[in-house]
Design a protein around this ligand. Structure first.
Ligand SMILES: [Zn+2]
Length: 341
């Protein structure tokens, strides 16, 4: 399914009144689209989150810079999980010594995403600036690390890779992770914002991103044009091809990444039409938690009797899921029944 069609609409709607405005009601969001640039065999993923990211960020209502960081983490995690074939849980976590203690996002193979941040609510950083983009990942997390964990169902081993936080954005740390643990060069463009930032009405969260991967095993026959192990170089492609693709990727605007009415294949064509962009079947993404009352019961059963006693407030135990904020209530009688009393 090559997307060799010209783009249907220009960036800006036609100003002339004699043309009917294009129908733009269909939303292209909560999807991830794999693609390839045929001229160079470079592969990539394009993702756009709408309802999914809005559900997660609105539910938590963090200070805005934290919401943006969690939004970026949701985009990055969905792209990383989609590059792997796995049957289990993919988890990305960043820990730091700043006002954001950690952020964790996980994804299961069918595209279910969830995530939350642990923050110091009173930290002055959250109350000083009105400029949402003024705080960097470094300001929020300080020094720390990014950990990627893949828990396979039963048959396979657990995998974990860790890299120190690098640069000023989460994307830079993810690029460093790929360099160190996979020997893959990755280029990323990620945006998170409110719909009004895309020039439309409304205040819902949107996020989007495009990733290009430079896989070491994809050499062009024996014609290895460049072989260099410097961090900033393409391993098996010509440096020129990789650099050209990266420059084209950098030309994408925040507006284009976030606009839910701009189909992803159209956006990829705008960016990479001279590279022969081919798109594959998209997958859908959803905000969905895996918590359940049964899981909470299992955890409560493992706790010492005294600890359960300490948890009782006005004759009840309340356990809140950190991912989705859902409360599970247990009466004293229900707790006793759990303990077999
Ligand atoms: Zn939950």
């Amino acid at each position: 399914m090559a997307s060799k069609k010209p783009p249907k609409s220009d960036k800006k709607p036609a100003a002339k009144a004699d043309k009917k405005p294009a129908k733009r009601e269909k939303r292209h969001e909560d999807i991830i689209l794999p693609f390839m640039l045929e001229e160079s065999s470079l592969r990539g993923r394009a993702v756009r989150l709408g309802k999914g990211v809005d559900t997660i960020l609105t539910r938590h209502n963090y200070p805005e810079p934290v919401s943006r960081l969690l939004g970026e983490m949701l985009v990055l995690t969905s792209m990383l999980a989609n590059t792997l074939k796995f049957d289990g849980i993919f988890t990305a976590q960043v820990n730091g010594d700043g006002p954001v203690r950690f952020i964790v996002v996980d994804s299961v193979a069918d595209g279910h995403l969830r995530g939350y941040a642990a923050i110091e609510e009173d930290a002055p950083e959250f109350h000083v600036s009105n400029d949402a983009d003024a705080l960097t990942m470094r300001d929020l997390l300080g020094k720390g690390y990014l950990a990627i964990t893949v828990d396979q169902n039963a048959q396979a081993e657990r995998y974990q890779g860790i890299v120190e936080l690098t640069g000023d954005t989460l994307s830079e740390s993810v690029m460093e992770y790929f360099r160190q643990s996979e020997q893959i060069d990755v280029a990323l463009s990620v945006a998170v914002g409110k719909s009004r930032e895309g020039g439309r009405k409304g205040d819902s969260w949107e996020a989007g991103g495009i990733m290009l991967q430079c896989m070491p095993e994809q050499r062009k026959g024996d014609d290895v044009l460049f072989l260099d192990f410097n961090a900033d170089s393409a391993l098996m492609y010509g440096r020129e091809e990789w650099n050209r693709a990266k420059i084209l990727l950098r030309s994408v605007t925040k507006y284009e990444l976030l606009d839910p009415f701009l189909p992803m294949p159209e956006l990829l064509y705008r960016l990479f039409n001279e590279e022969g962009v081919r798109v594959y079947e998209p997958s859908t993404l959803h905000a969905k938690c895996r918590c359940s009352r049964e899981r909470v019961e299992r955890v409560l059963k493992t706790l010492p009797r005294d600890d359960l006693g300490d948890m009782l407030v006005e004759g009840k135990i309340t356990v809140t899921c950190q991912f989705c904020n859902k409360d599970e209530l247990f009466t004293e009688a229900q707790v006793k029944a759990l303990m077999g009393e």
